[in-house]
Ligand binder design. Structure first.
Ligand code: BG6
Length: 468
């Protein structure tokens, strides 16, 4: 049988961003402070998440707030048909518990959507991407408090109503499984005296699951064309050896991730998690009616980020690999990026197969890319390392679609334009096809330059993935 080497006709190609990492204007036009605004720039996780130091690159970001027209024109030039972005909750509801939204915040996103529409670029909107209002943490204790469900659903409903006809693809929470690794910006909750850390986390997550399901319900009621997805950070976990104990450890880690998709796609808690709760005396408050809500409003599709794979063993090998906040054993078969993230294109095909075969719903890869240091010479950036990474990952997706039958419908590479790192707060960790002249210390003109990868991606999109 002759193989069609291109992606499906309707495949959506584009890039992904998050408000707090590119907009800047962190306190303009009525915006309130969010949980990430207080984090500083440091490669030391503890320092960053405790706000040690005085550098806040995200406060200016890449100034997308004032330069979105120029940036969207560049996305259009690359041929984007989709653009993933998030809405800063604190632009719309500065404290989070208001009844009336901040009109200036809503108007900004109207302008962005109108600009995208000019070029027929479909927005893919993350409703909450690590940027909940700080006020909700300080006054309500974050997501462990049930009231957050109402605040979030009010926020989401405000967006569905306002942007009806402009946005139809929505993601409820960015990387919902990050609650396990970076609770500060994911759930904004910690254990008070007498509370168990893990119990607090699962309680907060339960509230997010319910909020996501209720938002999905509202999205459909307001406009039946709306499509709502979940979003998880996905790193397949390989056993470090063929020892049954290693295989089992890796399988357990896989199931920790699938817990999230099980609830959001299947609509109920998996038995392995209920057994874990019983075994570890974790009691969470599931209110009457919650189970029905989860079952009635599952997501339409799964979206996920993929940067690297992980390895696991029963006994610690003593050599660790960092990855996207998910620590694992060092895999001797893989190279790593400058930030210690494994480079494993086949792992993306593994992820696509696992998710599709398990759930049989459409998939979107909404983050993928290589964080690297770029050198500028005469306004040119020869990022062949990035092209090599991206090429191998695009080929892995093509194989998954064509050879494995996976229903992958969209690809948005992470940080299509350089932006501030979520993990370290740096500008130096660049993912973009577009270089932005801005540095960790706040210097730089914010000028945009096209990297070699810009032209490479343009060609990929133009050929619908045939020419990589
Ligand atoms: C994902 C996040 O975890 O990874 C993004 O959704 C983040 O917000 C991306 O930027 C890459 O991580 P980092 O730490 O390199 O910015």
């Amino acid at each position: 049988m002759k193989q069609n080497k291109t992606f499906p006709d309707q495949f959506l190609w584009g890039g992904a961003t998050a408000a707090n990492q590119l907009e800047g204007a962190w306190n303009e036009d009525g915006k309130g402070p969010s949980v990430i605004d207080g984090l500083t720039c440091s490669r030391d996780f503890t320092e960053r998440f405790n706000g040690v130091g005085n550098k806040y690159p995200s406060h200016v970001g890449i100034d997308f707030y004032h330069r979105y027209k120029e940036d969207i024109a560049l996305f259009a030039e690359m041929g984007f048909s989709i653009f993933r972005m998030s809405i800063a909750w604190t632009r719309v509801f500065p404290k989070g518990d208001e009844t009336e939204p901040n009109e200036a915040g809503l108007a900004f996103y109207d302008a962005v959507f109108d600009e995208l529409a000019k070029y027929n670029i479909e927005p893919l909107v993350t409703i909450s991407h690590f940027e909940m209002p700080q006020y909700l943490v300080d006054h309500y204790g974050g997501w462990k408090n049930r009231q957050l469900v109402d605040f979030y659903v009010h926020f989401a409903t405000t967006l569905f109503e306002r942007y009806k006809g402009k946005v139809r693809y929505w993601l409820t929470f960015n990387e919902i499984n990050m609650a396990t690794f970076i609770p500060q910006i994911s759930i904004g909750s910690s254990a008070a005296e007498g509370e168990k850390e893990e119990e607090v986390m699962y309680q907060a997550l339960h509230h997010q699951f319910v909020a996501s399901a209720l938002a999905t319900k509202e999205a459909k009621l307001i406009d039946p064309v709306n499509q709502v997805g979940c979003m998880i950070a996905y790193a397949p976990v390989y056993p470090l050896s063929a020892k049954p104990e290693d295989v089992f450890t890796a399988q357990q880690k896989e199931e920790e991730k699938h817990f999230f998709t099980d609830v959001q796609v299947r609509g109920y808690y998996p038995d392995n998690k209920l057994a874990y709760f019983a075994e570890n005396e974790i009691h969470i408050n599931i209110e009457q009616g919650d189970e029905e809500i989860l079952a009635a409003y599952p997501v339409d599709f799964i979206s996920f980020s993929y940067y690297s794979s992980n390895a696991a063993s029963f006994e610690k090998s003593g050599k660790e690999s960092t990855g996207n906040a998910m620590l694992g054993e060092k895999n001797p078969h893989l190279e790593e990026s400058d930030w210690g993230w494994t480079i494993d294109p086949l792992g993306l095909r593994v992820a696509l197969n696992t998710l599709y075969n398990r759930y049989q719903v459409p998939l979107m890869v909404v983050e993928n890319g290589l964080g690297a240091v770029d050198e500028v010479e005469n306004d040119e950036i020869h990022d062949d390392y990035r092209i090599a990474y991206m090429k191998a990952h695009v080929e892995a997706m093509r194989d998954a679609i064509i050879k494995d039958g996976v229903d992958l419908v969209a690809y948005t590479s992470w940080g299509c334009i350089d932006l501030v790192s979520a993990g370290t707060g740096e500008m130096a960790k660049r993912y973009g096809f577009i270089y932005v002249d801005r540095h960790n210390d706040g210097s730089g003109t914010l000028k945009r330059l096209k990297k070699d990868s810009f032209y490479w991606y343009q060609k990929v999109i133009e050929s619908n993935g045939a020419d990589v």
